[in-house]
Ligand binder design. Structure first.
Ligand SMILES: Cc1cc2nc3c(=O)[nH]c(=O)nc-3n(C[C@H](O)[C@H](O)[C@H](O)COP(=O)(O)O)c2cc1C
Ligand SMILES: CCCCC(=O)C(=O)O
Length: 408
């Protein structure tokens, strides 16, 4: 039975070849930050009010003026089209059906145009700046022509994170059958059959540019480190402004100084994020950085929380701490692996139902009713005592180390 996002994760684990699952599920180095993204939510407890009329609940909101039925944004995820054929198109359609927002990664399998043709607006386009600024400019122009509403510049991939699982698995694009993954591929013939319906198994946006290697498969880190520009700095925001007239969103802010600089550079929204624990390990959990950023921004830009959302109550906590909405990555990819578009819709339904129930039980029927008084800030749990009892029991029963029940 699928009750929650962790159930979807277990389905994804079974359905995907090991290398694809670990690419999605894993993090950088010791995966401290991956775990901290989860444990940060366990540190915050609620402060509920009783006898409030909660018969009408409303979790709708706006993000950069776009009306959303639920405060959820599907984050940009490179290679989502390896999780299911046409993965990005399916996820974008699911988001539209559920009144959430979809962000297309520069590094997607489906192209900017394919996604825009299949899914109604609003869509955001996530940009990685390539050393070849001609390619970068053409991505931005294509996104504008296709009607994407905002440009989401990711600022935390100066060098690809050290994901040791990908290295051990020999994860390459396009994927290949080798001696070492042969048995695993055999066990996942369903995925192989499904992927035969995929339009391609490489980065769709670069087919015409000549940037993709002609014959060889590439490791994600090898390819991106050759192409992404590590010299990108604040002055490039001005350059982006000159080629993009819509809103600019910065993804990957993790301290007050950068939040202030972002506002000074006229950025309309910023995303507090550590890239889902896939980049710099030993950054704190995203939620733990949120109050500092919200306070620094002082309402001059919208703040979005990204990383570790696995429950609707997580979303409610982030909004109580000042986030406008939350971005999710792995939760919808697990759904995509489980059952394509229907699986993504299921992941969104699970989260929005949990948000709705949490709002009722908290005695705060609308998102606008949430503020820091919805949380027990006087009872912040320390990291060591933060494991929820149910998770400790689960781990104990399975003889697993602490953290494993949440994949941390
Ligand atoms: C498989 C995968 C691919 C990702 N690719 C990108 C990407 O291309 N661009 C980007 O800005 N972030 C990327 N991210 C990070 C997500 O946008 C998001 O920050 C992260 O998944 C949030 O954490 P969560 O998975 O716990 O929700 C990726 C994440 C995953 C899991
Ligand atoms: C596939 C290119 C890199 C995507 C990315 O940013 C990530 O895997 O986190």
């Amino acid at each position: 039975m699928i009750c929650n996002i962790e159930d979807l994760r277990q389905r994804a684990r079974r359905r995907l070849p090991r290398a694809v699952f670990e690419y999605v599920d894993g993090g950088a180095e010791d995966e401290y930050t991956l775990g901290a993204n989860r444990s940060a939510f366990e540190r915050y407890l609620f402060r509920a009010r009783a006898l409030v009329d909660v018969s009408t609940r409303d979790q709708s909101t706006t993000v950069l003026g776009e009306k959303l039925a639920t405060p959820l944004i599907l984050g940009p995820t490179g290679l989502a089209g390896l999780v299911a054929p046409w993965g990005e198109v399916l996820a974008a359609k699911a988001a539209a059906n559920k009144g959430a927002l979809f962000t297309l990664s520069t590094m997607s399998i489906c192209t900017i145009e394919e996604v825009a043709a299949a899914a109604p607006p609003p869509l955001w386009f996530q940009l990685y700046v390539w050393k070849d600024r001609g390619i970068t400019r053409s991505l931005v122009e294509r996104a504008r022509a296709a009607g994407y509403r905002a440009l989401c510049l990711t600022v935390d991939v100066q060098d690809m994170g050290n994901r040791e699982k990908d290295r051990r698995n020999g994860f390459i694009v396009p994927p290949r059958v080798t001696l070492s993954n042969f048995l695993d591929v055999l066990r996942h013939l369903g995925w192989v059959m499904r992927m035969s319906r995929s339009p391609r198994a490489t980065f769709g946006n670069f087919i015409e540019t000549g940037a993709l290697p002609k014959k060889d498969a590439v490791s994600v880190a090898g390819f991106t480190n050759r192409q992404f520009d590590p010299s990108v700095s604040w002055k490039d925001i001005e350059w982006l402004r000159s080629i993009w007239s819509g809103p600019i969103v910065l993804k990957g802010i993790s301290c007050a100084e950068d939040a202030r600089l972002a506002v000074e550079h006229g950025v309309q929204a910023l995303i507090v994020s550590n890239h889902g624990g896939r980049q710099l390990d030993f950054l704190p959990g995203a939620l733990d950085v949120l109050p500092e950023v919200v306070d620094a921004v002082e309402g001059r830009a919208e703040v979005i929380l990204d990383g570790g959302i696995r429950r609707g109550s997580d979303v409610v906590k982030a909004i109580a701490l000042g986030a406008r909405a939350c971005m999710v990555g792995r939760p919808f990819l697990y759904g995509l692996a489980h059952d394509g578009q229907a699986g993504v819709e299921l992941s969104l339904d699970i989260l929005s139902k949990e948000i709705d129930r949490t709002l009722a039980l908290l005695g705060r029927p609308r998102l606008a009713d949430l503020d820091r008084s919805a949380l027990r800030l006087d009872m912040l749990h320390s990291q060591s005592e933060s494991r929820a009892p149910a998770l400790r029991v689960l781990e104990g029963a399975r003889g697993l180390p602490a953290g494993s029940a949440t994949g941390t």
